[in-house]
Structures are given as structure tokens and as C-alpha cells.
Ligand binder design. Structure first.
Ligand SMILES: Nc1ncnc2c1ncn2[C@@H]1O[C@H](COP(=O)(O)OP(=O)(O)OP(=O)(O)O)[C@@H](O)[C@H]1O
Length: 131
């Protein structure tokens, strides 16, 4: 596999290309990335339907970005651990479990942000349906 041997601006743009390859690889191989991306699309569609305010859109985008970024870092750490320690090792376990903990924290924040953003719009929507 070639390294980024380009120099100057070409090197800069090539690093974007490698980042895009990383996103594509994670999306193709990681079931959690597919699940999180589908959930993110659903949340954004729902936010559009319920016409949530602009500030709340930013909160949703922040939560989605945090979860996907944590998932990508978790995937990267899993790959490195599998490369350097294919055998069972307490440090390999600690690295993988800690990385998974980061995803859990980000997902917990996303759930809280979702409740904060959607609570009143959903109550209003149900009230309007019943009246
Ligand atoms: N080399 C290892 N040594 C010790 N424990 C490990 C090792 N590899 C995995 N584990 C333990 O098994 C758990 C699951 O690891 P695994 O590699 O299957 O990741 P995963 O959480 O299933 O991720 P994914 O399904 O996204 O690949 C880890 O969180 C860790 O507790």
C-alpha cells in the first residue's frame, strides 16, 4: 500500500483522499457505522418534519458528528489492536473496551440531545393530532 509521498499542496489534497478512503472503508466493513448513519439520516428527516429551530439543528449535528467520529476512532483502535495483538492480552482488552466506552459516551450524549430537541415538538405534534 503506497504512503503519501507527495509534497506541497498535492500532499495536502491527497490526505483528504486518504480520509475519504477511511470513511468508505469503515462504512463498508463496520455494521455499527451503517446503523449510526441510518439513525442519523432518520433523526435529520424527523427534525425536518417537525421543523425544529436552527439552534437545535446544530445540537443534532454536533451529536451525530460526535457519535460517528467516536465510532471511526473506535474502529481505528480495533484495527491497530488486532494488528499488534491478535492473541488475547489484558492491554488489548483495555484498549478495545476503553474505545468502546468513548462510543457509549457519545451515544449517551446523542440520546440526551435527542430528548432535549424532540420532546416539545413531539408533544406539540401529538397535541395537535388529538385536538
Ligand atoms: N486481543 C484481545 N485480547 C483481549 N480481549 C479482547 C481481544 N480482542 C477483543 N477482546 C475483547 O472482546 C471484545 C470484543 O472485541 P471485538 O474485536 O470483537 O470488537 P467488537 O466490540 O465486537 O467490535 P466490532 O464488532 O465493531 O468489530 C473487546 O471489547 C474486548 O473486551
Amino acid at each position: 500500500m503506497p504512503k503519501n509521498t507527495a509534497v506541497g499542496p498535492k500532499r495536502f489534497w491527497k490526505s483528504f483522499w486518504y480520509a475519504a478512503q477511511g470513511l468508505r472503508q469503515a462504512f463498508r466493513t463496520e455494521m455499527n457505522m451503517k446503523v449510526h448513519t441510518c439513525l442519523a439520516v432518520l433523526v435529520l428527516l424527523f427534525a425536518g418534519l417537525l421543523r425544529v429551530p436552527p439552534g437545535d439543528w446544530m445540537l443534532l449535528l454536533l451529536a451525530i458528528t460526535l457519535v460517528l467520529a467516536a465510532e471511526l476512532i473506535n474502529t481505528a483502535i480495533e484495527s491497530v489492536v488486532d494488528l499488534v495483538s491478535p492473541e488475547v492480552h489484558p492491554l488489548a482488552k483495555a484498549a478495545k473496551d476503553t474505545a468502546a466506552g468513548a462510543v457509549f459516551l457519545a451515544a449517551a450524549f446523542a440520546v440526551i440531545a435527542g430528548i432535549y430537541v424532540f420532546y416539545h415538538p413531539v408533544i406539540d405534534w401529538i397535541t395537535a393530532l388529538m385536538s
